[in-house]
Write a protein that binds this ligand. Structure first.
Ligand code: DOR
Ligand code: ZN
Ligand code: ZN
Length: 449
């Protein structure tokens, strides 16, 4: 039964449901959606928001985010990063484990959670790296992580990801605990080999960088881990797919019925390597930006359903790090505050259906990472929501970012569509570009298996 007065009513909205957009209202009680109604049959509420003219979407779930903090808090911390997410209409993020200290032990994971609890303003779930001791895998799974992340080119622990026997033992352990394993598809031996070859050829720094991370290595890593996934029954999720070659391999495996999902990013969909010539280190990212042909293939795969999720790969660094000479500058840039506007721009241009966007950024990540009651606007679900203005035209300005990283390769892009209000479990945390909540009001999601 709904009590006579609920916590929040949002009225006059256009509400996104997978059965279509309905004009009406929505009632929230104790953080859950308790009613979706076409007519003005809504209960009385402590707080009412008139959403006239705006569209209500499920809050975005960004399943690939480097929130940093701990010893890398100069790049980003749990507060600045989650404020950036809220400003970008993102209500849940999954944090990556390549931090200092590395999130590849029970101890490091617990310390990170403790720090996060004090600072976050949205929902936060964690990835972990595989621990050096195999018997710690189960303990980490019980700590509620969404899955394990592997960086074969830069392992978090001393695990040789070219040693099949060792790799299979870890993947088996993840499978036993019903957790997916996400892969950054690259290979250390190949990078080193190509780098030393290319450096002798008097090529530019950019050419050495691009040449040492070719699409062929990406594809090879995908094929290898997918094969090991099949051998162990482990669900493999490929991060930031960037090339035609990789997509062909993934499609083949998916057609064969392999349990294989994958993600891409706005920058791999929208930018090419030409951007590196123009923006130098500010467009340096791994995997590298590739060609227009790759962009086109990624869009096609996205619309066809080969790509399952869209994530920002928010990878903040300090300005002084990005201003280093090209070979030393770190890869990556922030993405939490550009993901939704860039994609709403594609919706406005008629290149992307709203349903597809919501699937890629809400319902599908919720399903893959077992985020219960998230990613949909349905009675009984958590009231994690974003109210968007589909028509607002504005210019991306990194000076306005909540992220500590005040740069983006999308600087100055003219976009259409903006997050106006973000709600976490029915409570408004961002309104008109302002964060209106306090640090520590967000919650940590622990996956129960
Ligand atoms: O460009 C990147 N930056 N790619 C990665 O895989 C890691 C990330 C980071 O952590 O900075
Ligand atoms: Zn990566
Ligand atoms: Zn990443």
């Amino acid at each position: 039964m709904i009590s006579s007065t609920v916590d929040l009513v949002l009225k006059n909205a256009k509400i996104f449901t997978f059965r279509g957009i309905v004009t009406g209202g929505l009632a929230v009680e104790k953080g859950k959606i308790v009613k979706l109604s076409k007519e003005p049959e809504l209960p009385r509420a402590d707080e009412t928001v008139d959403a006239k003219g705006f569209l209500l979407l499920p809050g975005l779930i960004d399943s690939h985010v480097h929130l940093r903090d701990m010893e890398l808090s100069y790049k980003e911390d749990f507060y600045s990063g989650t404020c950036a997410a809220a400003a970008g209409g993102i209500t849940t993020v999954i944090d990556m484990p390549n931090t200092v200290p590395r999130t590849s032990s029970l101890k490091a994971l617990r310390e990170k959670k403790q720090e996060a609890r004090k600072k976050i303003v949205i929902n936060l779930a964690f990835y972990a790296g595989f621990p050096s001791r195999l018997n710690e895998v189960e303990k980490m799974a019980k700590e509620g992580i969404v899955g394990f992340k592997i960086y074969p080119h830069d392992p978090l622990e001393e695990i040789d990801w070219n040693n099949e026997e060792q790799a299979l033992s870890y993947l088996k352990a993840a499978e036993k605990n019903n957790l997916p394993v996400s892969i950054h598809p690259d290979d250390l031996e190949t990078i080193n080999k190509l780098q030393s070859e290319l450096k002798q050829q008097k090529l530019s720094d950019i050419e050495v960088f691009l040449g040492s991370h070719p699409a062929t290595t990406e594809k090879k890593a995908i094929v290898k881990f997918t094969e090991w996934g099949t051998k162990t029954g482990c669900h493999i999720h490929i991060c930031h797919v960037s090339s035609v070659e990789s997509l062909t391999a993934i499609k083949e495996e998916q057609n064969r019925g392999t349990k294989l999902t994958c993600e891409t990013t706005p920058h791999h969909l929208l930018l090419t390597k030409e951007e590196i010539k123009k923006q130098s280190t500010f467009a340096k990212v791994l995997p590298p930006l590739r060609t227009r042909n790759d962009n086109t293939a990624l869009w096609a795969a996205l619309l066809e359903g080969i790509i399952n999720t869209l994530a920002s790969d928010h990878a903040p660094h300090s300005l002084s790090e990005k201003e280093k000479p090209f070979p030393e500058a770190p890869s990556g840039f922030p993405g939490l505050e550009t993901l939704l506007p860039l994609m709403l721009m594609k919706v406005a241009h008629g290149d992307l259906r709203l349903e597809k966007l919501v699937e890629l950024t809400s319902s599908s990540p919720a399903k893959i990472f077992k985020l219960k009651n998230k990613g949909m606007l349905l009675k009984g679900c958590d009231a994690d929501m974003v109210l968007v203005d589909l028509k607002e035209k504005w210019k991306i300005d990194p000076e306005k970012f909540y992220s500590k990283s005040k740069f983006t390769p999308f600087n100055g892009w003219k976009v259409t569509g903006k997050a106006k209000m973000t709600f976490i479990k029915g409570s408004c945390v961002m309104s008109d570009e302002q964060i209106i909540t306090h640090r520590g009001t967000g919650s940590i999601i622990n996956i129960k298996l």
